[in-house]
Design a protein around this ligand. Structure first.
Ligand code: SF4
Ligand code: SF4
Length: 542
């Protein structure tokens, strides 16, 4: 239990410089003990030092606060995210993506030491024309944060919590709502963070435990420094960004409530944050209009933050993939993804190499991967297997059974048909499953509905783009113009007329059988691109 300072304190300041953890702080004239830093002098002294040296007996053990927590000072925070929508635009530039990878994959990434002994992670971008380099810094050290050397940086990376990536995305969403993010600050309260992360429902955590968690998570993205070197690309100028903080933690305000003994209880936190200099190059709306800088944003679903908060402990691989897909998968665009790439993201290069060399590790990794894919599928991120490189005989069993009809009679027919074939769905995997998997790929991941719902500014931008496209008559396939949306019944009738099974049609389209079934039953609406594909395959009879 941490200590606190009661009203018996005479402000002699004797204890202030002596606390071994730096937990005693000065707020105006009064002293207070940060309960997140005080560890009762464990590992330093046998007795709590402040209590033993105080002549006024002012330091006392901190008791749990009774009653409601109220914040005295009026806290003016920035515009609340997700106020009326399930999504919010967020800065999605490569710098933000790589920082998200660093916060989620941490020690699994190939960190290196530079000539000054500082640890860094570097990623080549734009076909080798640019580099994004990330360093680790101590934000509590005096002066501006500087890159940490090997051992210190490794200790810091090991202490990182994967949930800090949520705060990084929240900051990216706040930054996207500012006109000049590199100059303006944004303010977030612990209550807002708690709402975004769904912490309000956690009855197992005390107020202090929640505040401690929020403060820890809020600080971690600010411990990254970024450096960018990117050659001229078309009309964009050469970007040379020296080592600078990714997010500036400008101020952390602590809010207290005093009890009858004069002990101050921490009841709230407010963070004032500013985006780093990277925003001038990658989140510059004015520059982007002039065609000299980038303005890159994506759509952040609130549900993703909640899912990370509930899955991080049991399914870290799933969380890593989800956050990577947020940047990788662009709505409506088929993105082919190698299985080996996804495994590297979920489990790291080292574990993948070990699995390639050792049979037992390979089995374990495969089990984790297939179960993680199932969890992704459960949360609406449906993997679409490439029928050529990732055929059913090497697919996970849950995926093969996804087409099992609910109706008992149809299910019996399904199993009878399966039993009459040379290969059954439940047959053991072929011996060459691993090498084939290393060459296999996903055609794309279908995304949950709420991920696709564009937030207002994104929707407006999309509308503007589509209007521009219409004017230039460039990209809309004439075959689909003037046609209304194909109904599931039309598709089903046309397929039967061509004597195609759902699986055969799915193979022609590069989709799964369950996708075809969902479209035919009207559970899914085909996108414009998919309708064009359907017209190509079924056009003769439609
Ligand atoms: S707690 Fe005690 S030692 Fe510390 S400033 Fe107050 S009176 Fe002085
Ligand atoms: S008990 Fe020890 S660690 Fe806690 S505030 Fe007092 S001196 Fe600092």
């Amino acid at each position: 239990m941490a200590y606190t300072i009661s009203k018996l304190c005479t402000q002699c300041d004797e204890c202030l410089p002596q606390c071994p953890t730096g937990a005693i702080k000065q707020d105006g004239k009064k002293l207070w003990i940060d309960p997140m830093l005080c560890n009762n002098c464990e590992g330093f002294y046998d007795q709590p030092l402040c209590a033993s040296l105080c002549l006024s007996d002012a330091p006392v053990p901190l008791q749990a606060k009774k009653g409601r927590c109220r914040i005295d000072a009026k806290v003016n925070t920035s515009l609340q995210l997700f106020s009326s929508r399930e999504t919010h635009p967020f800065a999605s530039a490569i710098v933000i993506w790589e920082a998200c990878n660093v916060l989620t994959q941490r020690r699994s990434l190939p960190w290196k030491l530079d000539s000054s002994g500082n640890l860094y992670y570097q990623r080549q971008v734009s076909g080798g024309r640019g580099e994004v380099t990330l360093y680790v810094a101590d934000i509590h050290a005096s002066g501006s944060p500087i890159a940490l050397g090997g051992e210190e940086a490794e200790t810091m990376i090991t202490s990182w919590d994967i949930r800090a990536a949520c705060l990084h995305l929240i900051y990216a969403a706040y930054a996207a709502s500012l006109e000049c993010a590199w100059e303006q600050t944004f303010t977030i309260s612990d209550r807002e963070i708690s709402d975004y992360l769904g912490l309000g429902k956690r009855k197992d955590l005390s107020k202090l435990a929640k505040l401690t968690l929020i403060k820890t998570l809020a600080e971690q993205p600010c411990q990254l420094l970024v450096m960018v070197d990117w050659s001229t690309e078309g009309r964009f100028k050469h970007i040379q960004l020296p080592q600078s903080p990714l997010w500036h933690l400008v101020e952390t305000q602590h809010h207290f409530q005093e009890d009858d003994m004069g002990c101050r209880h921490l009841t709230g936190l407010t963070f004032v944050i500013k985006a780093g200099a990277w925003a001038q190059f990658f989140l510059n709306r004015q520059g982007s209009r002039e065609g000299t800088t980038f303005y890159q944003y994506g759509t952040l679903p609130k549900s993703l933050l909640m899912q990370v908060m509930s899955l991080w402990q049991q399914h870290e691989g799933v969380v890593r993939i989800m956050l990577w897909l947020l940047f990788k998968t662009r709505m409506g665009i088929q993105q082919r993804i190698m299985v080996s790439t996804l495994m590297r993201i979920a489990y790291g290069e080292q574990r993948l190499s070990k699995a390639s060399a050792q049979r037992e590790e390979r089995k374990r990794l495969l089990r984790s991967f297939e179960s993680d894919l199932e969890v992704l599928n459960h949360y609406g991120m449906k993997p679409i297997f490439d029928p050529v490189t990732y055929p059913p005989d090497i697919q996970p069993l849950w995926a093969k059974l996804a087409d099992l009809p609910d109706d008992a009679e149809a299910a019996l027919e399904f199993w009878t048909r399966d039993g009459s074939q040379g290969h059954r769905l439940t047959d053991v995997a072929p011996r060459d499953k691993w090498p084939r998997l290393m060459q296999a790929r996903f055609l794309c991941f279908e995304l949950p509905e709420d991920w696709k719902k564009p937030s207002a500014p994104a929707a407006q931008e999309k509308l503007r783009k589509s209007q521009r496209k219409e004017v230039s008559h460039t990209s809309i396939d004439k075959s689909s113009q003037g046609r209304s949306q194909l109904s599931g019944e039309q598709i089903s009738t046309a397929r039967r007329q061509l004597q195609l099974s759902q699986r055969a049609l799915a193979n022609h389209l590069g989709k799964s059988q369950s996708w075809v079934r969902d479209i035919e039953k009207g559970r899914l609406q085909a996108s414009l691109k998919d309708q064009q594909l359907l017209l190509k395959v079924l056009g003769g009879v439609l």
